[in-house]
Write a protein that binds this ligand. Sequence first.
Ligand code: IVH
Length: 687
Amino acid sequence: MFGVWDKIVNFVKKLEYCMDIFESEIKHLRDELNKHNYNYYVLNAPTISDKEFDDMMKRLEELEAAHKEFADPLSPTMRVGSDLTQGFVQVEHERPMLSLSNTYSIGEVEDFIRRMKSALQGDSNLEIVGEMKFDGTSISIIYEHGRMMRAVTRGDGVRGDDVTVNVKTIRSIPLVLHGNDYPERFEVRGEILMPWKSFDALNKEREYNEEPLLANPRNAAAGTLKTLNPAEVSRRGLDAYFYYLLGDNLPFKTHYESLMAMKRWGFKVSDAVRVMATVEEVKQFIDYWDVERKKLEIATDGLVFKVNDFQQQRFLGSTAKSPRWAIAYKFQAEQALTKLKFVSFETGRMGVITPVANLEPVLLSGTVVKRASLHNEDIIRQLDIHDGDYVYVEKGGEIIPKIVGVDKSKRQEGSRPVEFVKNCPVCGTPLVRNEGEAAWICPNRYGCRPQITGKIEHFVGRKMMNIDGIGEETAEQLYAVGLVKNVADIYDLTDDKLTIVGRIGELTSRRILRGIEASKSVPFERVVYALSIPNVGETVAKKLAFATATMENLMNSTVEELTSIDEIGEIIAENVVAFFKEPRNQEIVRRLNAAGLQMAVSEEAKAAMSDKLAGKSIVISGVFEHHSRDEYKKMIEMNGGKNVSSISKKTDFVFAGANMGPSKLEKAKSLRIPIIGEDEFLKMIGQ
Ligand code: IVH
């Protein structure tokens, strides 16, 4: 009897021992990963390889999955975010988030310093801290006992959105603080930014997916932070700098001291911070950064000058809008003059020829600009651009580089206007320009290399068939060695075939084959999008797929049938019909069907479809409880309705969640447009 009991006791002891071991391994891994995140994202000085980091992360994920009792919402595994979408709750700031008074003139900065001196009469020790004015979106984060509690956007300065789930995915923001000399509870304020590199990559992806481009990193950062999908936020590579510490009874006498403490606790604080005592130093600081800021990896739109001493700050106080102890000096919009080396012409996936200005490299808002799009022949004419001209390049409000003008005084005598090419620069086919359109097109759709490889790249893209492992270079190589000459050939690839291609190793080959297999369950509407039918982007593909339900129907549709689908015009319809009339395309679709791709709308999607909202124009606004806004948009489409962005007389109703914008509400009321809530909407579509 005792023997059995002893065994049980022993077993429980062993179990406890194991649990202790797991718990300490989890703790150890979390500490290590936090440290390496900090080294990588804050210090820019990693000490281990990506692979070692990934392995540790994987081990921690496994342990956390097996031992839910040790879960922690601030574990480094939470940085990848979840796909669950949710609305944001509005919360009141503990202390209002004020703005800064602005100036574009150095003279006014001097006036500011004089004003501070005279206001602080008798206190001759005026120190001014100069720092970057980061051009992103501001954030307030509360920490308690060294752990992130809540992150809130600026909102209207009094109330903002609780975006903690998203902020947790930004790897340069500490979830758990370093050291132990931090106050029990405090607030930090800073700026969430999208570095130029992430911004350029995101826009490249959007351009490719025919989505509207983001105007500048500020909009990109603000938009991303309000994205309802934390996994997407995590993917977009945001960064953050902190510049303000607030709390009760903080143990610091100066702003500079508090910044240095924040740095010790693991926050990213700019190295550009400088304590100055004279107007001369401030002027030098401005001159220096007016040039140097162009080399930074992030966008700045100016500098901020703050009185250093907290006691002096308190004495100076604030107006309702901004503190009296600080001023922002804004830089002029950035432009650069550089020489046009030559104009090249590039053929895209759909045969469109884009003229590109190749420039003498010039530094503009943190990136070296060597190329800028000239868009089309009409723009070249408007600019009246000649060979060898000096041109003004601008990142207007820090946008993607564009040529805004020509310095004609520098034009060489006898130089000739830039001429648009007459033949495709790749295959030599004479170009065509359809009436009423700005673009010149290479009509050699099936024989022109960039059009073929472009279509292959498009087909495997994330929003289309999502075949991991085939990128731009691989697509080019697969075409060059003759393995993939059209998208159907992808489904004939085997491990043996792939590994004869120079760059493709065993692992990549396996990844590609896995991706190909998985693509067979990609929904029908994405298959339609993946085909590269001219004028058929993501939204149109969805419309066509849901309206026709099967590939066979779509292929057999006439122009009349297609134009009867909501929002499908004649040009799209003609392009679709012409595409499927081409025997080469018919053959490709036949082979894709034989390979097992989805050739019809799924039963699930069909069940969710109805015409309950047919012909209705609906504006959706606010935050919802049961589904995300994107999910509701999809439901509107699936039930035959049309999503429109702004309220007009033509709007049938406004579908409103919590916190609908006041201007929208007013407009709906003035036009007497019905406003319906979530429950009513769900009832309407029979859910
Ligand atoms: S201090 C009470 N410092 O600029 C003043 N703000 O126009 C608190 N900003 O909302 C702000 N860089 O989003 C401060 N180094 C910096 C800043 C900075 C950017 C932003 C911040 C603020 C806006 C004011």
